[in-house]
Design a protein around this ligand. Structure first.
Ligand code: ADP
Ligand code: MG
Length: 258
């Protein structure tokens, strides 16, 4: 297969339990390079768990995870299965940068320090280069003037844009967004949506968990509807939103779209 056609992320038959609670019951997912794949579904359907399994923040018990065609190496089985190769975990996690609903900025660091931290400490990159890149990214997300401010001094929308700049500063192969606009007031939501939209238009590979059906419909190449840990329906956004096939998805959409 040509390098271009190898998906950034591929998940095959993934199963994940928390103790006796099976949360993912055999999920297949492909994020091709340059595509936006959205995950939609009710609260508790397993969307966050799936994202966290992708970048190995969570263990899974069965199934395969491939990053750019490279399968995660496991040791042990079932609830005792863990990634075997620490360096592989770091490589995958740093290449799949996550943006969380609650921003998760470090409160004791300025915005610039937040953005620079992981490239300096995890990737051991040169400080001057990282700082130049960090400042460029803060400009790009529209908060270049907030470099020396602490997170608590910013609005939620500004904090989330700082978190996006932080993710981008890792120069990841894909961005994983977990409900990036859910914690924001509607007027602040739009400034974050604009940034996410611009990233999609640049051809970034993204996995996007969102409650915002319009955003999912506008940006996605592919939409996946999770229900109780399984993919109940998936396809291009026109089909999923325009012509849902399953009763489950019809019910979800009518409850979600006011
Ligand atoms: N750390 C955890 N320990 C135990 N159960 C969890 C944990 N995280 C999530 N769950 C459970 O897993 C299920 C899926 O959760 P989650 O992936 O957060 O769903 P979603 O993001 O779609 O709302 C829910 O039943 C939730 O309660
Ligand atoms: Mg969630």
């Amino acid at each position: 297969m040509a390098a271009e056609s190898v998906p950034v992320i591929e998940i095959r038959d993934l199963h994940k339990s928390y103790g006796t609670l099976e949360v993912l019951k055999g999920v297949d997912l492909i994020a091709p390079r340059g595509h936006v794949v959205s995950l939609i579904g009710s609260s508790g359907s397993g969307k966050s768990t799936l994202l966290r399994c992708c970048n190995l923040l969570e263990d899974s018990q069965q199934g395969e995870i491939l990053f750019e065609g490279e399968p995660v190496i496991w040791r042990g089985t079932g609830l005792h299965r863990h990634p075997a190769d620490r360096q592989q975990v770091v490589r995958i996690r740093t290449n799949l940068a996550m943006v969380f609903q609650q921003f998760n900025l470090w409160a004791h660091m300025t915005v610039l320090q937040n953005v620079m931290e992981a490239p300096l400490t995890v990737l051991k990159q040169n400080r001057e280069e990282v700082e130049a890149r960090a400042r460029t990214l803060l400009d790009k997300v529209g908060i270049g003037d907030k470099a020396d401010v602490y997170p608590a001094q910013m609005s939620g929308g500004q904090q989330q844009r700082a978190a996006i700049a932080r993710a981008l500063c890792m120069e990841p192969r894909a961005l994983l967004f977990d409900e990036p606009t859910s914690a924001l007031d509607p007027e602040l939501e739009q400034e974050v949506v604009r940034v996410i939209r611009a990233l999609a238009e640049e051809g970034r590979t993204m996995l996007l968990v969102t409650h915002d059906m319009r955003l999912a419909a506008d940006l996605s190449d592919h939409v996946v509807f999770l229900h109780e840990g399984r993919i109940a329906e998936e396809g291009p956004p026109e089909a999923l939103f325009g012509n849902p096939r399953t009763e489950r998805l019809r019910g979800f959409l009518s409850a979600t779209v006011a």
